[in-house]
Write a protein that binds this ligand. Structure first.
Ligand SMILES: Cc1ncc(COP(=O)(O)O)c(C=O)c1O
Length: 512
């Protein structure tokens, strides 16, 4: 009785506070608000079109201080709310006018791609309908679309029957899932315990995961999240092409065993973040098989090569993996976030499956109702698959494959341009579309090259005229291009290289 009264009080309080009509105006589900919805979308579209059409540079004002200052002074106060139009105009000032434009030809920095227009239509539907992929009753139709795409991708990988997979938020989550299954498969096989029930055996601190020294940091982070610690990661040196050195891999596995440690997995990278190098997948698969350990391929970057007729063979061997990561928001030109985790044997989902009475009771399975939550480490989950569905239905895999070929060609041309200029040292011939290089003016002291190239990167960023990335190789700083825009021409890249040269010339004067 007391409980009922309390409930009543809350209800009348909230109505009085919000005002009866006020709160109905704003929800998209009210048919009376269709005009408001359409106008909001039109106004927003105007702002986005302006951003896409008028951006001269990939960046606007890059000052952290000015940006934070503006935002910190905006009142977030219920008495000072503004209209959508006003909010959009304010947003241009604090965000859109300065936001990094990934579609710009002088954006050549990180693994972020320009996006395909059909995916934007999908994005609107995804958030307007707001299906949640955890259960069938919240995602009727959507679940079937996701399942179909998982099946499609598994076939592209050339997995045999029996594979499975799930859409994830990104490569970090997909890699975490790969490590999780590697860990739990090993525990189940070697210990009298059920890993998802009993936790880790005391031996877990001896578990070892082998990956190349230039693999992505998410592996180390994943090992730490999974309770194995970063020390579980064994970094295998790379050869001159930045690929995992196989003879060292074999020696290091044996050495770890000799020390009493327990190899549980090898992670190959198909497209390293800095160099785009692809580890020898078939050979690594054989080594993993020989030691009866898990083989995961991190193809977050290189996954797009699956669709290229010219480059597909570079991923040969991925079909032997126990699991793999494919990021759609990198080489499939999808908006963030969109990634896939695939596993060779669907039975491995048992390590993450969970049945909650309120959500996905086990009995439902007998009725053939699919539920994706048991394959995911998320619960509420976006219908990101729809973007990819739109892409395959309206663009098609052949065109996607051609875009990949174009960025690889552009990267090769870029290599030659850089290599033919006396003032540049290039570290790698691009296997996909990443190039690591530095500016080295004549008669400039070697020990100041790191500082010089850091200054170049910073000065160019602050000018807003281009955005290039940087990384360290053997403790020396290098500049980096990641080319993911098939619309970019070599002439446009040459302009960025000219800018680097001009900036380098100016900056070098301050350092001698
Ligand atoms: C090889 C590789 N793996 C994993 C990741 C992590 O992907 P995400 O940023 O989507 O989590 C990246 C990111 O750049 C990557 O390059």
């Amino acid at each position: 009785m007391k409980f009922m009264e309390a409930k009543f009080e809350t209800k009348s309080f909230s109505k009085a506070f919000i005002g009866d009509s006020h709160y109905r105006d704003i929800f998209s589900g009210n048919p009376e608000n269709v005009n408001y919805y359409e106008k909001t979308v039109r106004d927003t579209l105007e702002v986005i079109t302006h951003f896409l059409q008028t951006r001269q540079n990939p960046l606007g004002d890059t000052s952290v201080h000015r940006n934070r200052n503006k935002i910190d002074h905006i009142p977030i106060d219920p008495k000072e709310t503004i209209s959508i139009k006003e909010c959009l105009s304010e947003l241009c000032d604090i965000y859109i006018d300065n936001a990094t434009a990934f579609h710009h030809s002088s954006y050549v920095a990180h693994l972020n791609c320009p996006i395909l227009i059909p995916t934007l239509a999908a994005e609107m539907i995804i958030s307007s309908i707001n299906s949640s992929m955890d259960t069938w009753d919240q995602s009727i139709g959507a679940t079937a679309i996701e399942l179909r795409l998982v099946e499609w991708m598994g076939k592209k990988i050339r997995y045999q029957e029996g594979f499975d997979g799930i859409f994830t938020s990104g490569g970090t989550q997909s890699n975490l899932m790969g490590l999780l299954l590697a860990r739990d498969t090993y525990i189940k096989k070697n210990y009298d315990m059920i890993p998802d029930q009993h936790g880790l055996p005391s031996d877990a601190k001896k578990f070892r995961i082998f990956c190349s020294e230039v693999s992505h940091f998410s592996l180390s982070k994943g090992a730490s999240i999974l309770g194995l610690g970063k020390d579980a990661i064994v970094s295998v040196p790379v050869d001159l092409q930045y690929k995992m050195d196989l003879s060292l891999l074999e020696q290091m596995i044996l050495e770890e065993k000799r020390q009493g440690n327990l190899p549980i997995a090898i992670i190959a990278t198909a497209g390293t973040t800095d160099f785009g190098s692809i580890d020898p997948l078939t050979e690594i698969a054989a080594i993993a098989r020989e030691h009866s350990i898990w083989f995961h391929v991190d193809a977050a970057y290189g996954g797009g090569l699956l669709l290229s007729r010219k480059q597909r063979t570079r991923l040969s061997g991925i079909e032997y993996s126990d699991s793999c990561t494919i990021d759609l928001h990198k080489t499939f030109f999808q908006p963030i976030s969109a990634s896939m985790f695939l596993m060779k044997d669907h039975r491995n989902t048992s390590f993450i499956q969970y049945y909650a009475d309120y959500l996905n009771p086990k009995e439902q399975e007998a009725d053939g109702i699919p539920n994706l939550v048991k394959k995911s480490i998320q619960t509420t989950r976006r219908f990101d698959a729809l973007k990819f569905w739109f892409t395959l239905r309206t663009v098609g895999e052949d065109k996607l494959g051609n875009y990949i070929d174009e960025i690889i060609e552009l990267s090769k041309e870029t290599f030659h341009v850089l290599n033919n200029r006396d003032n540049f040292e290039v570290l790698n011939y691009p296997e996909i579309s990443a190039l690591v290089f530095r500016y080295i003016p004549k008669n400039f002291p070697d020990n100041r090259l790191t500082q010089l190239n850091q200054n170049i990167k910073k000065a160019i960023f602050e000018s807003g005229k281009a955005m290039i990335a940087g990384t360290k190789v053997k403790n020396e700083f290098y500049l980096k291009f990641t080319l993911l825009n098939p619309m970019t021409t070599i002439e446009e890249i040459q302009k960025v290289i000219d800018l680097i040269e001009e900036t380098g010339e100016q900056q070098s004067k301050h350092l001698i």
